[in-house]
Design a protein around this ligand. Structure first.
Ligand code: MG
Ligand code: MG
Ligand code: MG
Length: 307
């Protein structure tokens, strides 16, 4: 009987951590002896990740929409079914490597490793160390790109000392100046010119479900909030369409200024939940969130707290 290949992938609307850490995990998993595995993606590669692929001269990886029954998989950078590919409940999850809140159940044993750090790649680096595996310059570049992305070059409150130390260690292996490379990479991700409003709200979007309340938090990075707000009407109608199609109760789009570390939020739907959570009025469908750059630490838990 032919052994099924183990698929390694991150969350839908993949960010740089989801893509790059999947590739790092493929390398690690092969070193651990599971030769028959491959990193795949569950959505379009964003411009920031594309910068990394171009830098390394990497070819695109395969896209999957769902998984077959009993498909062996490794989940990277997520654990919630709502953020995963279709049919995940019938797959065979071998491992989860993550750094998010746990909302996960499986009726069988598996390897689950999650740590309260800023990036999945930081956890993966520790696994290389624990196993005494060498890290190649290419793998180091992928991993440090993920850390720079998730921590917004160490400026996000999700960033820990471990993330900084690991990133600097990886930079030595890769021969990369973290600040120069990191700024270029983040800037590549702020080029939103070619996106339609529908695409823009899906670049980095996550669904959360608590009891019967379904909320969506999308995020785009920019160097200029006003530039993005030029398409506010189109963005709002795209958000409204999304909510209708998906039965979403509340939709928050974070337009995050990566230079000044603030976010302008566009809030549609049950705005009273948002207002209660942030003790702030939503005016003209907007609220400015001073110092807020992290969905994971500064937005999602604040909403969950009032539900
Ligand atoms: Mg992610
Ligand atoms: Mg991550
Ligand atoms: Mg992110």
């Amino acid at each position: 009987m032919e052994e099924k290949v183990t698929l390694i992938f991150g969350h839908k609307n993949p960010d740089t951590d989801s893509i790059c850490s999947s590739l790092v995990m493929e390398d690690l998993e092969k070193k651990l002896g599971n030769i028959n595995c491959k990193a795949v993606r569950t959505g379009k590669i964003n411009n920031e990740t594309k910068y990394v692929f171009d830098y390394l001269n990497l070819k695109d990886i395969e896209f999957i929409e769902d998984v077959e029954d009993n498909q062996p998989v490794i989940l990277i950078d997520h654990n919630e079914a709502s953020q995963c590919v279709n049919n995940i409940s019938n797959a065979k999850i071998l491992k989860v490597i993550d750094h998010h809140t746990m909302n996960f159940k499986a009726p069988y044993q598996l390897y689950y490793r999650a740590e309260p750090v800023g990036c999945t790649a930081t956890v993966l680096y520790k696994l290389y160390k624990e196993n005494n595996f060498e890290i190649s310059p290419q793998i180091a570049t992928l991993a440090l790109s993920a850390i720079i992305s998730d921590t917004l070059l160490f400026k996000s409150p999700t960033c820990t000392k471990e993330d900084v130390d690991v990133c600097n260690a990886l930079a030595k292996i890769a021969g990369i100046d973290v600040n120069t490379y990191g700024l270029e990479m983040l800037k590549a991700g702020t080029d939103l010119s070619e996106f339609t409003a529908e695409e823009l709200i899906n670049i980095d979007s996550k669904e959360f479900v608590e009891e019967n309340f379904k909320f969506q938090i999308a995020q785009v990075n920019t160097a200029c909030i006003d530039d993005v707000l030029k398409s506010k009407d189109e963005i709002e109608s795209a958000m409204n369409n999304f909510m209708k199609e998906n039965g979403t109760n509340l939709f928050i789009l974070l337009i995050t200024d990566i230079i000044n570390s603030n976010s302008q939020a566009i809030v549609l739907g049950d705005t009273s939940v948002f207002e209660k959570a942030f003790n702030k009025k939503v005016e003209n469908n907007m609220a400015f969130l001073e110092g807020v750059v992290s969905r994971k630490k500064q937005v999602a838990p604040v909403i969950l707290n009032v539900l």
